[in-house]
Ligand binder design. Structure first.
Ligand code: NAD
Length: 483
């Protein structure tokens, strides 16, 4: 029988009060049960919150460099377990091995980055308006925070929330997605091994519908940082705001890449191919709409189809171009959108069929799909699909392309492929997206720059990563000293 992992509460691995567990299965081979985790209830979440509250004062009062030293050791601990963490990430989430290795490395780097930041948490000194006065600011931790994360970057996202929260002196209750909780479990083990005091990080697994309420409404939770779908994020934001908690929700995307006539089409296809089909299209920043100028539209569609047909789909452990979907639900959702696109009158140029024979037998595989003749008001052009499906939309000129790119309720990431400097700059100025790029794929962002979306992609309260990560997890106190 596969191992059952506990919740981590006040420094101990414990079973849920219900005594129930749930299975995590390998999406490349559903006969492979990866592990079991606790099916926690609200009572377990409350225990975890109480532990975090009890540990808060002592942790906040530790000198920043001491907190940083622990984060550094956690980074090193994860580095020493990189191979194991990578393999576990592939087995539970399905992405290709090299993508998973990059993600684990990102988590290692994030802990090292915020370890350094915890040495520099200061404030500013301002000119006072009188003599014998001092006027300054100071950053303080918020207190106890909840972190709720999705399955698609199951180690990087928890890392980029946990590390700044801890660096700033907060204590945390972390709830991972049930599809891929092992990656967060490994992070928590690394932190414990690094000497994090009991109660500073707590980890509870189980259904969001059950754990969401205590994590977002408990009177002593000071802030909630959520990443996931727009529908769940909206309810999380509403619940947390009701109690006047600080809240940050990073949510879905429907990201465009515009291709202009001056573009090198081979380069444009590569940018869109990696952007749309990498991580099986299961990235919030995945390119989902190629908005292509009419002069190069046919050439682009032909080359994109050729690219998609060359893609190797397979189990993530073999390091293919594209792995399986994470779950039956995600697979069904993508297949449903393929039907919707066909019914709406778009042309399915290639792909979109479930792969189910031979090595694909027990996995959630779909062949990457390219739709052409897509109108921007079709559902496949407006709704997040979260699978390897690219919609190609024709634009008559730059203004039309920009309008189409912005005509969507999301605004996470966007790019343009062009050699025209004016077009590039116009695009950067006028695109409604939190991340805007020229001659680059929509996916991927370095850890030291702010990340977040416009419109329905984000609550737009704060950004994540870089200094922005610390902004969310700290409050500024303004201090007058008269003497
Ligand atoms: P999801 O919204 O279904 O779940 C996210 C987390 O919320 C999970 O831990 C889940 O258990 C929990 N949850 C579910 N119901 C809840 C409730 N009522 N209260 C509190 N928590 C609850 O999302 P998912 O399927 O895990 O992830 C995919 C989504 O995440 C996509 O929409 C994707 O675009 C988005 N995403 C966004 C970003 C970003 O930075 N903008 C990054 C990665 C993923």
């Amino acid at each position: 029988m596969e191992q059952a992992f506990g919740n981590f509460v006040n420094g101990e691995w414990v079973d849920a009060e219900s005594g129930d567990t749930f299975e995590v299965v390998n999406p490349a081979d559903t006969t492979d049960v990866v592990a079991r985790f606790q099916r926690s209830t609200a009572a377990d979440a409350e225990d975890a919150i109480e532990a975090a509250i009890a540990a808060q004062h002592e942790w906040a009062n530790r000198p920043g460099p001491e907190r940083g030293a622990i984060l550094n050791r956690a980074s090193q601990e994860l580095a020493s377990r990189k191979e194991e963490a990578t393999e576990m990430l592939v087995r539970e989430e399905g992405k290709a091995r090299s993508e998973a290795a990059g993600e684990v490395q990102r988590a290692i780097d994030i802990f090292a980055y915020y370890a350094q930041k915890s040495l520099d948490l200061g404030g500013v000194v301002k000119s006072p308006s009188g003599r014998n006065k001092e006027l300054s600011t100071k950053r303080e931790p918020l207190g106890t925070v909840s972190i709720i994360t999705p399955w698609n970057y199951p180690i990087a996202i928890p890392a980029w929330k946990l590390a700044p929260a801890l660096a700033a002196g907060n204590t945390v209750v972390a709830k991972p997605a049930s599809e891929a909780p092992n990656s967060t479990r490994i992070l928590v083990e690394c932190l414990a091994e690094a000497g994090l005091p009991d109660g500073v990080v707590n980890f509870v697994t189980g259904p969001g519908s059950e754990l969401g309420a205590p994590l977002t409404t408990h009177s002593e939770i000071d802030a909630v940082s959520f990443t996931g779908s727009t529908s769940v994020g909206t309810s999380v934001a509403q619940a947390a705001s009701e109690g006047l908690k600080r809240v940050q929700c990073e949510m879905g995307g429907k990201n465009p890449t515009v291709v202009m006539p001056s573009a090198d089409i081979v380069e444009a296809v590569e940018i869109l191919g990696v952007g749309a089909f990498g991580t099986t299209g299961q990235s919030c920043t995945a390119a989902s709409r190629a908005i292509v100028h009419e002069d190069v539209y046919d050439e682009f569609v032909d080359a994109m189809v050729e690219y998609a047909e060359d893609i190797v789909v397979g189990p993530g452990l073999d390091d293919p171009d594209v792995g399986p979907h994470v779950s039956q639900g995600e697979l069904d959702s993508t297949l449903e959108y393929i039907d919707i696109g066909v019914d709406e009158g778009a042309t399915l140029e290639t792909g979109g069929e479930r792969l189910a024979d031979g090595e694909y037998d027990d996995g959630y595989y779909v062949r990457p799909a390219v739709f052409s003749d897509v109108d921007n008001d079709m559902r496949i052009a407006q709704e997040e699909i979260f699978g390897p499906v690219l919609s190609v939309i024709e634009a008559s000129d730059f203004e039309d392309a920009l309008e189409l790119a912005n005509d969507v309720e999301f605004g996470l990431s966007a790019s343009i492929v062009t050699q025209d400097l004016t077009e590039a700059n116009e695009f950067l100025d006028r695109i409604e997206a939190g991340v805007a790029k020229v001659n680059e794929k929509t996916t991927g962002l370095e850890l030291h720059v702010p990340f977040g979306g416009y419109k329905q992609s984000s609550t737009n309260t704060y950004r994540e990563q870089g200094d922005a990560g610390l902004d969310f997890f700290t409050a500024t106190k303004t201090i007058y000293r008269n003497y």
